[in-house]
Design a protein around this ligand. Structure first.
Ligand code: NAD
Length: 466
């Protein structure tokens, strides 16, 4: 049987016209492929086509990503849907995180050229694209990471294959489709941002092994960071943290307490940068606790904390029970039969330094407060509890010498002094934003130039006009 092509086209047009705007594929495809090989092949073609684009065009494409991701309806959707799909976090805080990622992630301007000129001519070193980057994203910041990676990687001239966490699948696919539409409307080559319709560990491993993927960027826990670092490819690993917050006797205690509650309850403690345990000098610990409670913390007894252990820790007690990661403080209190007073944002309790909630990265608004005799002991314990992650630490103090000592000893990528942890990623503090903080591989707060390689271009004897 032959089908009349005119009739077929008319039928397809009818079906497409009936689809809501979001579900219509753009002429250049929607960036979502059924298998990883097809996704990487499409991204490779896109990367080649992208080379022909000017820097002005690149800037326009990056702006298209920012504009698309800051549309109020998209910000609302991403924030609500992330909480619904992953079951973690806080809608209002996710809205803020996505907005900062879209507005405050560096773009093409980050690619600064170095130049030498002299009797032997002109030499430049420029930031140049890798080609195709494979980016693995976490459940805890699913859309924020896609926004900040997409901006930085495309600004550096690359195409990107995203491998999202399966628990954030639907939202990640929605986001890739949205971004493809926005890029197509801005005139970008097709498939600069792609993913697969069925994100899985198998597909992630396929992507990691694919010869056309030239660089890997993993934002997640120690397992995936180790995997990309063992791949034999250029890799950026942005891994886990367990940020301690130290409060000494010179601090503005009321301010410190407010900052700790704000930072540790932000997105229900999901950010890898959020305060995860409090270390307080004994002489101010009671005053600090009083002020924590004034700012929306609820204190439980050590016995109640014990009760919580069997709920929020995994079966082996070696880390969090995933089902409770990113849950609000009130739900956690209700789980042990406490009716939470209105406005509770954080659960605190007095803990020993080796308590599992202190030692492990929980990513829940439950913080142990450990008393220590003096600030030197506080710094020593903070270093121990950070486990050499070199991620994030926070300190409240007015003693510049001790702030300096803590910074030197703890060696973290981010060290926030006298503010909430989120000031360290450009939310309310100075500096650009990122949601890929590469402690293990040393790039730190990743930016466009980290997704580019440097290339030297030498013109001999000419173009020195001095
Ligand atoms: P996760 O490690 O479970 O997952 C991260 C990503 O890696 C997901 O896409 C997942 O599917 C993939 N993955 C995990 N193990 C894998 C394996 N063996 N093979 C292939 N793919 C694998 O982490 P999560 O729960 O989504 O996120 C929370 C963790 O990420 C925390 O430890 C947090 O500190 C860390 N994190 C770090 C940063 C940073 O910038 N340093 C940012 C966000 C989250």
């Amino acid at each position: 049987m032959t089908i009349d092509p005119t009739l077929l086209e008319a039928a397809v047009r009818k079906v497409l016209a009936a689809l809501p705007a979001d579900e219509k594929p753009s002429a250049s495809g929607d960036g979502v492929f059924d298998d990883m090989d097809a996704a990487v092949a499409a991204a490779s073609t896109a990367a080649k086509n992208y080379r022909a684009c000017s820097l002005a065009e690149r800037r326009r494409f990056v702006q298209a990503i920012r504009d698309c991701m800051t549309l109020p309806e998209n910000l609302d959707y991403m924030a609500a849907q992330a909480v619904i799909e992953t079951g973690m976090g806080d809608v209002a805080h996710k809205y803020l995180k996505n907005k900062f990622a879209a507005e405050n992630t560096p773009g093409v301007e980050d690619l600064e050229t170095s130049a030498w000129s002299g009797d032997h001519g002109l030499t430049t070193v420029e930031y140049s694209a890798y080609g195709v980057i494979g980016a693995i994203t976490p459940t805890t910041n699913p859309t924020e990471t896609v926004i900040c990676n997409a901006i930085g990687m495309l600004a550096a001239g690359n195409a990107v294959v995203f491998s999202p966490h399966p628990r954030a699948k639907n939202l990640s696919l929605w986001q890739v489709r949205k971004l493809n539409k926005a890029l197509a409307a801005a005139g970008a080559p097709a498939n600069l941002i792609v993913t697969v319709s069925d994100p899985s560990i198998e597909n992630t491993n396929k992507m990691i092994a694919h010869p056309d993927v030239r660089m890997l960027v993993a934002t997640g826990g120690p397992g995936i960071v180790h995997t990309v670092l063992s791949s034999g490819k250029k890799a950026i690993g942005a891994g886990a943290g367990n940020p301690p917050v130290v409060v000494d006797e010179t601090a503005d205690i009321a301010h410190a307490a407010k900052c700790i509650v704000d930072g540790a309850s932000f997105d229900n403690n999901l950010p890898c940068t959020a305060e995860k345990e409090i270390i307080a000098v004994d002489s101010i610990a009671d005053l600090l606790k009083f002020n924590l409670l004034k700012n929306g913390a609820y204190e439980i007894t050590p016995e109640q904390a014990k009760q919580l252990e069997s709920i929020i820790l995994n079966a082996k007690g070696t880390g969090p029970n995933t089902a409770w990661v990113g849950k609000p403080a009130c739900e956690i209190l209700q789980a042990i039969g406490i009716e939470p007073p209105a406005g509770v944002r954080l659960v605190v309790f007095e803990a020993a330094a080796d308590h599992p909630f202190v030692v492990h990265e929980l990513m829940m608004p439950v913080l142990g407060l450990v008393r220590v005799p003096d600030v030197d002991a506080a710094i020593e314990l903070a270093v121990e509890l950070e486990h050499g992650n070199r991620h994030t630490a926070i300190m409240h103090s007015r003693d510049v010498k001790k702030l300096t000592k803590m910074g030197r000893e703890i060696q973290t990528t981010i060290f926030v002094k006298n503010g909430p942890s989120f000031n360290g990623i450009g939310i309310g503090g100075e500096g650009y934003s990122t949601f890929t903080i590469a402690g293990p591989t040393g790039e730190g707060l990743t930016r466009t130039r980290n997704f580019a390689r440097t290339r030297r271009c030498v013109l001999v004897d000419d173009l020195n006009i001095r």
